[in-house]
Design a protein around this ligand. Structure first.
Ligand code: FEO
Ligand code: CA
Ligand code: CA
Length: 554
């Protein structure tokens, strides 16, 4: 198949092509965005929408369209219990586990992805600053995850933390966590801590999956060589760099971690491979086994799925990587893909260094695969490819992947572009995804905080939350519903069981502050306060109007 792209094609058509041919390297950002057909569709769609979408904003506030309000449920530093545990930094993925026979009370899991050392310690810290062991332990306590009992208050009607609930607890960068099946990794069957907890998933048996993404920021990563030895990664970041104080093996991070929300018991799953897991999205096959989709959110890294051997657990199974050009899942298995024997001597190393294995078997180099959701109506898999600057994709797209016969066990699929980011789409850098109870898609954007409002990203203003109908004449168009505070990103969108609430994480407001004495954001507490990531509950009549309109569109 020719990889030549005709410049008269629209960006949307280009990306439809690109979804099948990722070797293409044409300069996407150079294409004109004024698409008359698209504009007409958008204009007529606006007349049918049950709300007026907002224009981009650069305000340091959480703005919402009319008919929606938010209340703050949790913020960094909140006291969780009498043991002195506190709600962590940079909240991300959310998952709710309702109490028996309740929809408005339960336990919320919250990821805490990474941290800003200056905000944590209250003094300006750069890459060269020395921090004490105690300070690094404080940083370790700020990441991982929180389990927090929440309920809708009978007094105020708002969601609130149940203070000192026995279910309030932390899993942190210091919590000992065993590897599933007592498997030993680098000589130990227990890792110290979880970190880089970005997005995640939920199992059918009621546990949460939390994903370790940018683990190389904490302990300098290594890669394997053909003689079985390892060497430090040249590209390893030293943003936080706990390696200066602790020598925990980097191979203990980059896994999917399963947590029981009621007990806090956790285990790391070697079977799902080690890479920059953005998420772990579960679909059950007809025979009850779980299939878990996960993207490696780095430029030119791969897309994966794991197929469990048995229903009811994830301990054993086969990990595959996607070749989008051929529409095939390729096993990362020494026996089924013998090319792996060039670099690997055993299957455990294949899983530990899954990035290198995926490259070896021909996994497609993707545009930073981030969140993944399964359409509840069709079973199609939607994957946010947030951007890939080194392949000149500045605005990203959402890939639609359809398994052959709609069977998650299938090893063949077709893929296409569902939504191409860019000014004509009004959204850039799609990241987190969620389906609402009516099957509409909600998308958050993640323009890097250092690039918000600059260059190609100037028209988009701050990051936002977007509503995308999945049926009717407006299907696939994005309409902005919320705008984030300065430097922030919305993460972890989650609808409550009754659909009345959209929980949302507001992550890294004020991240680009040049100093703690010169803050770019004071959200959420205003005045001269330091910015704090927080979880909010969004409610209001516009949500119900959207559901009602969706019913009409069928
Ligand atoms: Fe943590 Fe890829 O976002
Ligand atoms: Ca993300
Ligand atoms: Ca992101």
């Amino acid at each position: 198949m020719s990889l030549t792209f005709n410049p008269s094609q629209s960006r949307r058509e280009f990306l439809a092509f690109f979804g099948r041919s990722t070797a293409a390297v044409a300069a996407i950002s150079a294409f004109p965005f004024a698409l008359t057909a698209c504009s007409t569709t958008r204009e007529s769609a606006l007349g049918r929408l049950p709300f007026q979408p907002m224009l981009p904003s650069t305000a340091d506030e959480l703005k919402l369209v009319p008919g929606l309000q938010y209340t703050k449920v949790l913020e960094w530093g909140d006291s969780l219990n009498a043991q002195g545990e506190r709600f962590g930094f940079n909240n991300d993925f959310l998952q709710f586990f309702a109490a028996a026979n309740k929809t408005d009370e339960g336990v919320l899991w919250v990821n805490h992805e990474y941290l800003n050392p200056s905000f944590i310690h209250g003094r300006d810290i750069d890459r060269k600053s020395v921090r004490s062991k105690k300070e690094i332990e404080t940083e370790m306590d700020a990441v991982g995850g929180s389990l927090v009992a929440i309920r809708r208050s009978t007094d105020t009607g708002h969601w609130e933390m149940v203070k000192n609930s026995p279910y309030n607890r932390r899993v942190t960068g210091r919590t000992p966590i065993p590897f599933a099946g007592n498997q030993k990794i680098k000589g130990s069957s227990t890792a110290i801590g979880t970190l880089g907890n970005c997005a995640g998933g939920r199992t059918p048996w009621g546990t949460v999956l939390t994903c370790e993404e940018n683990y190389q920021d904490f302990y300098v990563d290594r890669e394997i060589q053909s003689d079985g030895t390892t060497r430090p990664m040249k590209s390893g970041s030293d943003f936080v760099n706990w390696s200066a104080v602790f020598n925990h093996p980097p191979e203990h991070y980059g896994w999917v971690v399963e947590v029981n929300p009621w007990t806090g018991a956790a285990q790391k799953h070697v079977s799902l491979g080690r890479f920059g897991h953005e998420c772990a999205t579960v679909r059950q096959a007809a025979d009850g086994r779980c299939v878990v989709y996960s993207g490696d959110d780095w430029q030119e890294k791969c897309l994966y799925k794991f197929v469990a051997d048995q229903p009811g657990n994830l301990e054993k199974g086969t990990l595959y990587t996607a070749n989008l050009e051929r529409g095939e899942w390729i096993p990362l298995d020494l026996e089924k893909s013998p090319v792996l024997k060039k670099l690997f001597k055993n299957q455990t190393d294949v899983l530990i260094y899954a990035r290198q294995a995926a490259e070896l078997v021909g996994g497609t180099k993707c545009h930073r695969p981030e969140d993944i959701e399964i359409c509840p109506r069709t079973g199609a898999v939607y994957i946010a490819m947030t951007n890939c600057v080194i392949q000149n994709d500045y605005h990203g797209y959402i890939l639609k992947l359809e398994e052959e016969n709609n069977d998650p066990l299938s090893l063949k699929f077709k893929s296409s572009t569902f939504l191409a980011g860019g000014p004509d789409a009004t959204i850039s850098c799609p990241d987190n995804l969620a389906f609402d109870p009516k099957g509409n898609l909600w998308v958050t954007s993640d323009i890097s905080s250092s690039k918000i409002g600059k260059g190609d990203y100037q028209p988009f203003g701050n990051n936002g939350l977007f509503f995308v109908p999945m049926s009717g004449p407006s299907a696939g168009l994005a309409f902005q519903v919320a705008s984030a505070p300065v430097d922030a990103e919305f993460t972890g969108p989650l609808f409550s069981p009754d659909g009345k609430t959209l929980f949302l994480s507001v992550q890294h407001p004020g991240e680009e502050s040049p100093s703690i004495h010169q803050l770019t954001s004071h959200w959420p507490n205003g005045g001269s306060e330091i910015p704090r990531s927080a979880v909010v509950a969004i409610e209001g009549p516009t949500l119900q109007k959207i559901y009602d309109a969706t019913s009409l569109e069928g």
